[in-house]
Design a protein around this ligand. Structure first.
Ligand SMILES: [Zn+2]
Length: 266
């Protein structure tokens, strides 16, 4: 009886310690594997130039000019001008509801998190107005487990394959209304219950293209989440297991800004 008691305590302690240590070891090895190449790093951001797909109505989007050249000055510098919401960018909470965090005020901790990749390429290919349902999020959880607090949820619609063709990426109809997939309010409500840090998509907007109310923007940003838009090709990302590093420009008072997003693959 006594021997059985000791071994059960040992077993319980062992299981408890393993559960505690496993995620730490896993994460450490992900970071340590970067220099050796054992961990692959995907860059989910587009390079910035004046030929990216702007939001309809945005005319001047980006401009760079040379201030000093090696030939003339002995060194090379440029100045540039761009919209905060252009190319791969982050929407700070202050983008819609007043009084919320600007891009420089987002806590650094919120910019690191496990990637939850929800693949809706099949649905999006059938219906350009597709909206992610809560049922589809629950289906992801059935297969991979409950979404962790601090996760960053990426909607993989396949739209990145249309980039940077303005016509097919915006997919506007005769009235000028855009058609591309996005998150829905019900799905985002569920993700907010899971306390995720941010949302991301490979389209121009977190709300689907046909949206006129931007209900998901109001809801998610109002809750302090940030949004990543125009993410580059995500086809190599697993549905779970990747870790994201989100590095937006630290622009004081910014409603958002260009962002570098790295995915570390185990
Ligand atoms: Zn934006």
């Amino acid at each position: 009886m006594a021997a059985f008691g000791r071994s059960s305590i040992f077993a319980v302690t062992f299981v408890f310690l393993s559960a505690l240590l496993l995620p730490i070891t896993h994460r450490d090895s992900i970071l340590e594997g970067v220099p050796s190449g054992k961990t692959r790093v995907l860059d989910l951001s587009y390079a910035i130039n004046d030929k990216l797909v702007p939001w309809p109505g945005d005319e001047k989007v980006f401009e760079a000019k040379v201030n000093a050249s090696v030939e003339k000055n002995g060194y090379f510098t440029r100045s540039f001008w761009m919209l905060e919401h252009y190319g791969t960018h982050l929407d700070a909470p202050a983008h819609f509801p007043p009084g919320k965090a600007t891009v420089d005020q987002i806590p650094a901790k919120q910019l690191f998190g496990p990637a939850v990749v929800i693949d809706v390429r099949a649905e999006s290919a059938r219906d350009a107005d597709y909206q992610l349902t809560a049922a589809r999020v629950e289906d992801w959880e059935k297969r991979h487990g409950r979404i962790h607090e601090g996760a960053i949820v990426l909607l993989r619609t396949g739209w990145a394959s249309r980039w940077p063709d303005v016509q097919i990426y915006r997919n506007q109809d005769a009235r000028g209304r855009m058609h591309f997939p996005g998150f829905s309010v019900e799905a985002v409500k569920l993700l907010m219950e899971r306390k995720v840090s941010g949302l991301g998509c490979d389209t121009l907007s977190i709300d689907r293209g046909a949206s006129t109310e931007y209900a998901v923007h109001h809801l998610a940003l109002g809750a302090g989440l940030y949004q990543l838009e125009n993410l580059a090709e995500m086809s190599e990302l697993p549905e779970t297991g990747a870790f994201l590093i989100v590095a937006p420009i630290k622009l004081e008072g910014g409603s958002g800004g260009p962002v570098r997003v790295f995915a570390l693959l185990p």
